[in-house]
Design a protein around this ligand. Structure first.
Ligand code: PMP
Length: 336
């Protein structure tokens, strides 16, 4: 069922500013890379809390409220997250009156932590190197807390069916409508896999064209197929929001036609180009997705179209890839 709705002139709260994000033509980058096709970016950083995660959080909270499993003032929501889902939950909870505890890896940016704190969330940071089978891993810490705290619930975006369903119902419909149901390639970074699974399913059902789905997985992650693509990395990756050492429950890899392995340096350079050349104030995983798109769309013709998801905002990375010092420190840029 389509959940597209027009926006009222006055919003009852900022939570009504979710969805109906701009789809923007990428002019310079595509041309410079010699692409013939139309290249389009779906700018999810225009959602209320600055990322695509507002769509799934809205749905997961609404469904939990409907089923009576959460109650404002009583329930503690615990969320293991790379940051954006937590920020969205914290914003919603601040408005609705839930207590929120976020468990997140130390790898995630200080900007995300500060935003979460400002929104009133309690934060527990877990070691960046903890593997998914370690008790220290942010997902396992969340599970332990949920057992200990009365009236606590985990919003497990890795296994919650409403993660992909929210995207199937909203953003996929928006893209289809904007593109008159003609899309030849779709590219998205893969974290929980909700984005690629929900959108790919709908596009494959409804596109009048044969759409090819490209999943973006960073080097060091083991989510891509075939497995031989997942070569071991000696340095920890810096990109946030995409890549894991396990396959999330909501990710249906059968919807992905081809995987692209992204590296940190090229992803951050591309994110900076999206900012400098196209004026799109997006995050690092958006750079990875655009990098994949300019490689994968090389064979598309001038009457074809490629849509890329820009998942979050540069706000999360002001002291990271936006900083020349940080880029130099990690060897992503020569000293300036
Ligand atoms: N980019 C960023 C910055 C994210 O935070 C996420 C979510 N983890 C993604 C991409 C991937 O989205 P999904 O979880 O739907 O695969």
């Amino acid at each position: 069922m389509s959940q597209l709705s027009s926006r009222p002139k006055i919003l009852d709260s900022i939570l009504e500013n979710i969805g109906q994000t701009p789809l923007v033509r990428i002019k310079k980058i595509g041309k410079e890379q010699g692409l013939k096709c139309e290249l389009l970016a779906k700018c999810e950083f225009f959602n209320a809390s600055g990322s695509i995660k507002d769509r799934i959080v809205k749905r997961m909270i609404e469904e939990a409220e409907l089923s009576g499993s959460i109650t404002p003032g009583k329930t503690t929501i615990i969320a293991p997250t790379s940051g954006n889902t937590g920020i969205s939950i914290a914003m919603t909870a601040a408005l609705k009156g839930y207590r929120v505890i976020i468990t997140m890896s130390e790898k995630m940016s200080q900007e995300k932590v500060n935003t979460l704190k400002a929104l009133g969330a309690e934060i527990i940071r877990t070691p960046g190197e903890a593997s998914s089978d370690s008790p220290e891993h942010h997902i396992n810490v969340a599970k332990r807390l949920c057992d200990e705290i009365p009236n606590a619930i985990i919003f497990d975006q890795y296994n919650n069916q409403y993660n992909p369903i929210a995207l199937y119902d909203t953003i996929a419909e928006e893209i289809l409508e904007s593109c008159d149901y003609r899309i030849d390639m779709f590219v998205a970074g893969v974290g929980t896999g909700g984005t690629i699974t929900g959108i790919a399913k709908k596009l494959k059902e409804k596109c009048t064209t044969n759409v090819k789905i490209i999943g973006v997985d960073p080097f060091g992650s083991t989510v891509a197929l075939p497995e031989t693509l997942n070569t071991k990395s000696t340095t920890p990756r810096q990109i946030e929001g995409i890549g894991h050492d396990f396959v999330p429950g909501v990710l249906k890899r059968e919807f992905v036609d081809e995987w692209f392995k992204s590296d940190d340096k090229s992803s951050f350079m591309m994110a900076r180009r999206l900012i400098s050349d196209e004026g799109l104030l997006c995050g690092g995983s958006s750079g990875a997705a655009m990098l994949a798109a300019v490689h994968a769309a090389k064979d598309l013709q001038d009457d074809q179209r490629c849509v890329v998801i820009l998942a979050d905002s540069v706000r999360n990375y002001m002291t990271k890839f936006l900083s020349d010092d940080w880029m130099c420190q990690y060897g992503f840029m020569d000293d300036v």
